[in-house]
Design a protein around this ligand. Sequence first.
Ligand code: C2O
Length: 548
Amino acid sequence: AEIQYQDFVVKEILVKRLCKTHRVITVNGQYPGPTLTATDGDTLVIRVTNLARYNITLHWHGILQIRNGWADGPDYITQCPIVPGATYVYKFTIINQEGTFWWHAHALWLRATVHGALIIYPKLGKPYPFDKPHREYPIILAGEWWNQDPNEVLRQATITGAAPNVSDAYTINGRHGDLFPCSNQGTSIFPVVSGETTLFRIINAAMNTELFVSIAGHLMTVVAADSAYTKPFTTTVILLGPGQTTDVLVTADQPAGRYYVAARAYASAQGVPFDNTTVTAILEYKFSSCTAIHGVQTMPPPLVPLLPAYNDTSTAAAFSAALRSPGPVNVPDPVNETLFFTVGLGLFGCPPGMICGGPNGNRFAASINNVSFVLPSTLSMLQAYYFNVPGVYTEDFPPEPPIIFDFTANNISLSLQQPVQGTKVYRLKYGSAVQIVFQGTNIVSGEEHPIHLHGYQFYVLATGFGNFNPDVDTKKFNMVDPPERNTVGVPVNGWAVIRFIADNPGVWLVHCHIDAHLMWGLAMAFIVENGEGDDQSLLPPPVDLPIC
Ligand code: C2O
């Protein structure tokens, strides 16, 4: 195992996109940020210096950070932010993890441009569970691109209580593709060779949008999701919620030429505005007769793939349902904790004297079990927990919603729409087997919610539409080969059931990876207590951990 040192300097640069020059916050002046690679067992030491004008933290999405929440990153959950001018060194070891991960800012909306791929290769001599591909490319889908500063979009939405402005375009590896103005030179090209196979490590780094992805003329074989290998299956379209990753193998088995890799929104909420643009990159056959004779420039224009309609919920659900672990796994059973979490939107009233931009003159809210999460501001929760500082959070997060009603009904009464605010945690004993039923609600509007659990991978036992019914739906649990993930899409007006063993002590955030929902409070946190021995206990904080 090696120690990998990296210097990350957070700074603003000028970037030209969509015919205009923008100021963009980046790591090391790169958008997207640098791709980190390491091998399972390596230790990463990443020195982050903040030269931008916003407080920042970085999160290593999918890395377990066993006993080491100090390196996890969400601001005010596991650390105070790195203030402008300051430095913090994230130090963590990869313990039995490999695959596609990513890193991103976890403060304000800095994640819109501060993100990058994190690829962990298997230990030396351990092959992939599929034929070695001839080449690998990361594909970062994102950056909804706003012509405005994304943090300004956030600020305006916070002030007015309205939905944030939708983005102006998406990007693939930082580029919009040649369907956009002034973007002809701005297309990501993935060179491939006839007959050879490429592994694409696809990351949805978008702020607020689930995305369908297809490649014209080519099938994709899904081999991993959220860094866990899957039973391979072949498809023409994949779906990724923000936070999710999917690895696919693509064989260049078509006539030599150029084929679009394209992504477009899956917008599950009814009547809510979204960015309906199509972002493209190009799969380009090399050494084809066409290239040799005419050169790449004169090759015929690329073929556009067929993408599902923006509201194609059945395609979205079918894709998620097709994911399986490669073979039988040990599903935690029986469970010690049976939690039922409603996830969805809500409303806050408008303070007197203010004009609010949310539905019917209210402000948007979001909640889990009717608690709208409020970030602490004086200290991080992990520091408060470790040092026994009172007043930062309360331990009364409810294990189920205060009232059971028809969560997916169309007209839910106003009295059920207003969540309470709080910084509430739920405490778990070390080693307990936990089941969570996430139940989507149709308060204000139903929408698919990609729910991310920090510090863990979990099994997704089942998903479905409507209200979860234990009598019927428990029978649908896949106890044999459920997929392992860190971010689960809770279907629009539906439910998802996950299980995990709480064996990583610390404070771990659970949240919707749609940042608009996170800002409205769709989050909660677990405290996982220490176990018996030292090797089951949270490590002490690093000396340079920022204080608030
Ligand atoms: Cu990828 Cu809490 O985040």
